[in-house]
Design a protein around this ligand. Structure first.
Ligand code: NAD
Ligand code: UGA
Length: 452
């Protein structure tokens, strides 16, 4: 039987659920889209002028669609939306488990399971349930088992439709994706979802696979991307001690069409809510199936990342302790163009510096300072303050650490700032964004990743 999706509910109004549903609503004016979340403050923010997620272009998409065919409601009001939906996306968090079997590696599916129970309880007739969250391979089995307990005899198809957007470019990624992936068993359900995307994605970019391949492809894609960052960061350390330049090496590597130029930017280490958790989830899956060597291989990608962050923090701390003990940290977000600082290298680096007794002057373009302060270790909280201006942040600093590649940092007028920082101040550029000529002209030395 041909199925059509005209009514969508999405559980989870986070960095994925909000932007993804806004773009679906924008591209499909005839489809009604309702986004549901437990977090009422977040829902209120989605309904306000100050959205909870900062993404270039998101405000405009939400302005066009909210109140037309897109609405954000709290979970207390969500039952009717699920009952009316032809398709329900599950787009909730799947963090690393902190307790029980697999703690520290396996994905915590409790939020997903709660969604499946909620859908089982409220769905009506036939519903297509879509995994948008990143799941371990075979998670759909768990969802199906829960849905089978539906008290009203509801029937379901389960699809895996993982999201590949990157923060900071989410709207562009959603509007012009490299590919959309739909994994499933029932062709009618797969095609019903494909028809939604087909409004703006060419059919050859809509990949259809089995459920398990779709689930695993998402984890594998993130692991491959993270592996490239760890590979170039491993090379960056060797560049620093040999006089090779990591940008030059990356350019040579990237011009080999088999390697390609993307994801070869050496950095202070990758951050974000997904690479680490997805790598660890993959490690856990390998271990679970007795695949010791693959588990060790993927673990090493994560270990290299920890090492890269640590060596930067140690370098900056050693310098700071000899030069007045004050460090300016430019950038707290895990990358530019987002307000997200989950697993940002800035967290570990700041905590290391604070533990070494260094005073921090923190600056970021979008991160909420109060929320960032809350993730720094308790006993050392007194040692930091926040500034919106770079000029203020560098005042009295003997070391200036660049953690995020915000565009603004490339244009810093170091001649103007030289008098604010301590004499002999050094910039530790973990992103290679600083204009080194300008800094040198102002008498400020730069240590850049992969350059020394
Ligand atoms: P998030 O933490 O920003 O949002 C998740 C939301 O789900 C939260 O607002 C939370 O309150 C809500 N929620 C949790 N349990 C709920 C329940 N039972 N009922 C209603 N609401 C509930 O997470 P995110 O960054 O949007 O990520 C969601 C999923 O997408 C994860 O699996 C992640 O791995 C994956 N993913 C994330 C990105 C990204 O860039 N952030 C990209 C691709 C895939
Ligand atoms: C990543 C993937 O790129 C998305 O495809 C995926 O959907 C998403 O994870 C997810 O599953 O959550 P995201 O983490 O938002 O997206 O951002 P990326 O652009 O991948 O950057 C991740 C981290 O790697 C950042 O800290 C970034 O600065 C760092 N990075 C990236 C580098 O250090 N060097 C690079 O060359 C590229």
């Amino acid at each position: 039987m041909k199925r059509r999706i005209l009514n969508i509910a999405c559980i989870g109004a986070g960095y994925v659920g909000g932007p993804t549903m806004a773009v679906i609503a924008d591209r499909c004016p005839d489809i009604s889209v309702t986004v549901i979340d437990l977090n009422e403050t977040r829902i209120a923010a989605w309904n306000s002028e100050s959205l909870p997620v900062y993404e270039p272009g998101l405000d405009e998409v939400v302005r066009r669609t909210r109140g037309r065919n897109l609405r954000f409601i709290s979970q207390r009001e969500g039952a009717a939306a699920v009952a009316a939906a032809d398709a329900v996306f599950i787009s909730v968090n799947t963090p690393t488990k902190t307790q029980g079997s697999g703690a520290g590696k396996a994905s915590d599916l409790s939020y997903v399971e709660a969604c499946a129970r909620y859908i089982a309880e409220h769905a009506n007739g036939h519903t297509i349930v879509i995994e948008k969250s990143t799941m371990p391979v075979r998670a759909a089995d768990t969802i199906k088992r829960i849905l089978a307990t539906s008290p009203h005899g509801g029937t379901f198809d389960v699809l895996s439709n993982p999201e590949f957007l990157a923060e900071g470019t989410a709207i562009r990624d959603l509007e012009k994706p490299d590919r959309v992936l739909i994994g499933g068993e029932a062709p009618e359900a797969v095609e019903a979802l494909a028809e939604v995307y087909a409004r703006w994605v060419p059919d050859q970019a809509i990949l259809r696979t089995g459920l398990w391949s779709a689930e695993l492809s998402k984890l594998a894609a993130n692991a491959f991307l993270a592996q490239r960052v760890s590979s170039i960061n491993a090379i960056s350390a060797l560049c620093e001690v040999t006089g090779a330049q990591v940008d030059e090496v990356a350019k040579v590597l990237g011009s080999d069409s088999r390697i390609g130029p993307k994801f070869l930017k050496a950095s202070i280490g990758f951050g974000g809510s997904c690479f680490k958790k997805d790598l660890l989830s993959l490690v856990y899956l390998c271990e679970f199936y007795g695949l010791t060597e693959p588990a060790a291989y993927w673990q090493s990608v994560q270990d290299l990342n920890e090492w890269q962050k640590r060596r930067f923090a140690q370098m900056a701390a050693a310098h700071a302790k000899k030069h007045g003990g004050v460090v300016a940290v430019l950038g707290l977000a895990f990358k530019k163009n987002t307000n997200d600082f989950r697993e940002s290298p800035a967290i570990d680096i700041c905590n290391h510096l604070l533990a070494e007794g260094v005073m921090l002057r923190l600056q970021d373009e979008r991160v909420d300072p109060k929320a960032f302060g809350e993730v720094l270790v308790d006993e050392v909280k007194a040692g930091f303050s926040f500034f919106r201006d770079v000029e203020e942040a560098v005042r009295g600093a003997g070391s200036i650490l660049v953690v995020t590649e915000w565009d603004r940092y490339a244009g810093i007028d170091w001649a103007k700032l030289a008098g604010q920082a301590n004499p002999g101040a050094v910039i530790f550029d973990g992103r290679k964004v600083i204009d080194q000529d300008k800094a040198a002209a102002a008498g400020i030395k730069v240590f850049a990743v992969g350059q020394g």
